[in-house]
Design a protein around this ligand. Sequence first.
Ligand SMILES: [Fe+2]
Ligand SMILES: [Fe+2]
Length: 176
Amino acid sequence: MLKAIGSDIDLSVPSDCEYYDYVKDVLESDVVQSMKQFHHHGHTSCFQHCVNVSFYNFKLCKALGLNARAAARAGLLHDLFLYDWHDYVKEPGQQLHGWTHPRTALNNARKYFKLSPLEEDIILKHMFPLTTALPKYPETVCITLTDKFCGAWEVIDHWVYIARKGIHFVRKVFAQ
Ligand SMILES: [Fe+2]
Ligand SMILES: [Fe+2]
């Protein structure tokens, strides 16, 4: 079963799920699946983060009458930089990961998928306003919000998990 954070919807049910129909080929590709090996925020992998962003970007764009298909597909690819950013060492003169990874993700995505100009803009500018190029489409503005929203949720979820484990440990100690 595949779920986005905070959702009970199984995103991997064929034909039952509009989201799945839009992203099936991207979601099941080896390159997107390979993001499972990279940590992103807390205990959330890069793959799960991209599913979270993709799903909520799909929902937001659909509610606004925008291109929900492009929002979902580009959302899955927006962080396809394919390394653990915690280990990222910048070369002299190179910018930090936060600034460079949208271009890396876009270059990787182009190798594996045929992207529309809208999908390219969503991937390349998802870090706006950290990266200063202005979003060209409303779907790109949406991902700048859903990416930050999901990132914050994943970090909070991690700290809640740690706190729960701590409380469980203390209770166990005092119960003895
Ligand atoms: Fe990103
Ligand atoms: Fe992201």
